[in-house]
Design a protein around this ligand. Structure first.
Ligand SMILES: [Zn+2]
Length: 377
């Protein structure tokens, strides 16, 4: 398990780091933390707007309008985090191995984003620095027969995500249709799917959040039934709350039985950034198949009470910044402080105009003809 601090960040991403990081921070949220944080932020922004407007003794319409402004900006940011094309960090790994995703969906899944085709999925993976991904739609086998989509170098590998009794199982490799009903109804029936996948020549990986939520006491039975691995990070909001101490227990279990551990983007077409990568080692098997690289903000989602999210999310976000991002944040803070401190004449309101005027004045002075030479004779 590796923490990521030194991703390859495009220059535009770093230049606008406060915005880039904020959109990332809105993406790497467990579901209960997202609900808490957005609710608290909206209330605080609305209250702040209302207090500001009422202190200027404007009418009630103005107070309502101003108090709605902050929450509206927040909604715009959330939508931007989900769909806005923007520069994003990518994994650059040196040395041997393939950057690979084990779990991703297209619009063939009932909950895939409309229009999220194999080509779009491949382009999404390409931007993050992946080299390959398994395509694992819900109960629909992808056989890997399609060529690499045009414009990418991403290998789309065969797989499926089976929904069985209180568990999702990612099956990868030469997988085929299964009589899914025979793995419903009980845990004892469900875990037989691992043997069935093995007989097809595939690998069966237990998905998050289901084994954490519904089968935490059954993991020994999973191992005996032939599970090939466990997800230890999954970027879906329902799965991101997996706590670190349980992750350590799964790592210990997988290590002692030489089973795979994988990170899963579980991409469904929403969100521009992934929270995890795997670099699979050529020739390696079992526990040593992958090195898993995860964004630090994603890993702490399960370690704090959801009700603290409005305050802990910004704190963890700031704590995980690289040095270049910190420099960018600092620059923006200084620019804003400088702008706010600029002296302005009576009657002039704050605005970019004053900054532009002062720059223009300075330019004019610089381009004025030089004063006559007054060197003493
Ligand atoms: Zn999935």
């Amino acid at each position: 398990m590796n923490l990521l601090r030194d991703l390859d960040r495009p220059i535009l991403y770093v230049m606008f780091a406060p915005l880039s990081n904020t959109l990332d921070g809105l993406t790497f949220f467990s579901l209960p933390r997202a609900v808490w944080a957005l609710t608290v932020w909206m209330l605080l922004l609305a209250a702040w707007g209302a207090v500001r407007a009422s202190s200027d003794s404007h009418g009630w319409r103005r107070v309502v309008a101003t108090s709605l402004l902050g929450p509206a900006v927040l909604v715009v940011l959330v939508v931007a985090a989900l769909v806005l094309p923007r520069p994003i960090p990518r994994l650059v790994h040196d040395g041997p191995g393939t950057a690979i995703d084990y779990h991703a969906h297209t619009n063939a899944s009932h909950d895939g984003r409309p229009g999220w085709t194999l080509a779009k999925l491949a382009a999404w993976h390409e931007r993050q620095g992946y080299e390959a991904t398994y395509v694992t739609d819900h109960n629909i086998v992808y056989d890997g027969s399609l060529p690499v989509p045009e414009g990418t170098s991403i290998s789309l590998l065969p797989g499926v995500e089976w929904s069985v009794h209180q568990q999702h199982v990612v099956a990868i490799g030469p997988v085929e249709a299964l009589p899914r009903d025979s793995f419903q109804g009980s845990t004892a029936r469900m875990i037989r799917i691992f043997g069935a996948i093995e007989r097809q020549g595939g690998l069966g990986i237990a998905s998050l959040p289901e084994y954490w939520r519904y089968h935490w006491d059954d993991l020994g039975a999973f191992v005996l039934a032939g599970v090939d691995g466990f997800e230890i990070v999954n970027c879906a909001p329902k799965a991101l709350g997996f706590p670190s101490d349980l992750r350590r227990q799964v790592l210990a279990l997988a290590g002692s039985h030489d089973l795979m551990v994988v990170g899963a983007s579980d991409n469904h077409g929403w969100g521009r950034v992934t929270c995890v990568w795997n670099v699979s080692q050529p020739g390696a098997q079992g526990f040593h198949t992958n090195r898993v690289f995860a964004r630090p903000l994603a890993l702490v989602q399960g370690d704090w009470q959801p009700c603290t999210a409005a305050f802990t999310q910004p704190w963890f976000l700031l704590r995980s910044l690289s040095w270049s991002e910190r420099a960018s944040w600092l620059t923006w803070v200084l620019v804003i402080l400088f702008y706010r401190a600029l002296p302005r004449r009576e009657g002039q309101s704050a605005g970019l105009g004053i900054l532009a005027r002062s720059v223009l004045r300075r330019r004019k002075a610089a381009s004025a003809p030089p004063a006559p030479n007054k060197t003493p004779t």
